[in-house]
Design a protein around this ligand. Structure first.
Ligand SMILES: [Zn+2]
Length: 467
């Protein structure tokens, strides 16, 4: 990819957008425009493209060998070099959830870099009014150590937190991955607790062990019986020694601290804040494991606002696999005008696993795979083609299906991809005609319909390979 100013604009636009929450969007657009004029980055690009011919700006000379251009961005290894004008925006993004310096640096190491980033990040927690206002005492060392969990979702620690901002929370933490689930609870009854557990277990399956404190919801017969039914062992922390369930306790503290620092003007805001915080916790490196909870539990990082920065701005959506037709396939497409029901054409574009754009007589139509028949890719020999052409001119009212007779094979769910062998079947499967509906007929269809009566008859033969 060449580095054009429009690429730069798009890339910077992306960077800014990902760092912006809803209301910050307007400000970030202004920043994107400002980013276009970043002289240092422009000089750096010129130096990189000149391959040693032009000296880089001096602040980059010590790491120049590590720099390259990727998707229109300067990168250091896999980290995007952020232009000056966008750095504060990215800092805000890294500080989302008001995590401390260590967490922010660790997150930055995965995504972004600029000269002086470490000291910029160190300054954030010291200068963030919310972080100063809600600073907590250093956490006490954990007094109880659980044996390491054997694998993901083997042992889950649970706890209630609150009331906080007028709500109680149920919090679950997976001992292995540190994946956290948190629910705002209207009532903290046993049945409500079980309802939340059902939700979580539907997602990840039953855990083998649950660790709770001695809260009345957790000691009720109903709760015990629910766990027993699902073969979940229940471990209670020592009475009056809540630190035994330290994992859940620590997560409660993290969530509380995070939520406190986020805007909380309405109850809806709280839900949004909570989900934002959860996503960040799940996707950032846990100090205990050195990996992100999502990686350990799901085997992949979540696509989030920071990872979006690494994506190519113009990246097309992934091509659907296992499609019935491929671009260029010879097909007969179902038509819905007054003329022929099936007209030959070729697949122009694969829109999805079952939807296609087909080019028929120079026009593009959108069709579902059930509205397409595979036809032979081999040209009928010249003689036969000439015969059909003459016959079609003589008898312009012959139905297209007759002409297709020996070369059309209608779609069949079991037919493998790329099977272009002619089938003896000439018409769509029984009953299919009744159910065929144009899904979303585009403008082209409308245009085509209105002009159909003016078409010369039997263009099917002429268009056989001209589509
Ligand atoms: Zn803060």
């Amino acid at each position: 990819m060449t580095y054009t100013s429009s690429n730069i604009a798009r890339r910077r636009f992306d960077v800014v957008i990902v760092g912006a929450g809803g209301s910050g969007m307007r400000a970030s657009l202004q920043l994107a425009r400002a980013g276009l004029n970043d002289l240092v980055i422009s000089k750096l690009i010129a130096a990189l493209q000149s391959k040693q011919g032009i000296a880089p700006p001096k602040e980059f000379s010590h790491i120049f060998a590590e720099l390259s251009i990727e998707n229109g961005c300067v990168v250091r290894g896999h980290r995007i070099v952020i232009p000056k004008t966008l750095q504060s925006q990215v800092v805000r993004s890294l500080h989302q959830g008001h995590f401390g310096t260590t967490k922010m640096k660790s997150l930055a190491r995965e995504h972004v870099w600029w000269v002086g980033i470490d000291s910029d990040l160190e300054g954030v927690t010291r200068s963030c009014p919310e972080c100063i206002r809600h600073a907590s005492n250093p956490p006490k060392a954990p007094v109880h150590f659980w044996e390491p969990a054997q694998g993901p979702w083997e042992r889950v620690h649970m706890d209630f937190a609150g009331p906080f901002q007028g709500h109680n929370f149920l919090i679950l933490v997976d001992a292995h991955s540190k994946w956290v689930e948190a629910f705002i609870m209207k009532e903290t009854t046993t049945s409500q607790t079980i309802a939340r557990l059902q939700e979580v277990f539907a997602r990840f399956g039953y855990t083998r062990q649950v660790v709770t404190d001695n809260g009345p919801q957790f000691r009720s017969g109903e709760f015990e019986s629910y766990l027993r039914q699902n073969a979940i062992q229940h471990k209670l922390s020592a009475p009056f020694h809540p630190a035994t369930n330290g994992l859940a306790e620590r997560m409660v503290r993290t969530l509380k601290q995070g939520l406190k620092k986020m805007p909380s003007s309405s109850p809806a805001y709280l839900t949004g804040n909570l989900q934002q915080l959860l996503q960040r916790i799940r996707n950032q490196r846990s100090e205990a494991t050195g990996r992100a909870p999502a990686e350990l539990l799901l085997g992949r990082k979540l696509r989030d606002e920071l990872s979006i920065m690494h994506e190519k701005p113009d990246e097309p959506p992934p091509t659907p696999q296992n499609t019935k037709f491929i671009v260029g396939s010879h097909v007969a497409a179902r038509m819905y005008g007054r003329g022929d029901r099936w007209i030959a054409g070729r697949v122009h574009k694969v829109l999805g696993p079952r939807n296609y754009l087909v080019k028929v007589s120079g026009r593009i139509h959108k069709r579902h795979q059930n509205q397409l028949c595979l036809v032979s890719a081999l040209p009928v020999d010249n003689l036969l083609s000439e015969f059909l052409r003459i016959e079609s001119l003589l008898d312009s009212s012959a139905p297209a299906a007759e002409l297709l007779d020996s070369t059309v094979s209608c779609t069949d769910a079991a037919e493998p991809l790329g099977n272009t062998a002619p089938s003896p079947r000439a018409s769509p499967p029984p009953g299919q005609n009744d159910t065929l509906q144009p899904d979303t007929l585009g403008e082209e269809d409308a245009l085509r319909r209105s002009s159909r009566q003016h078409r010369p008859p039997k263009r099917f033969v002429f268009d056989w390979f001209g589509a």
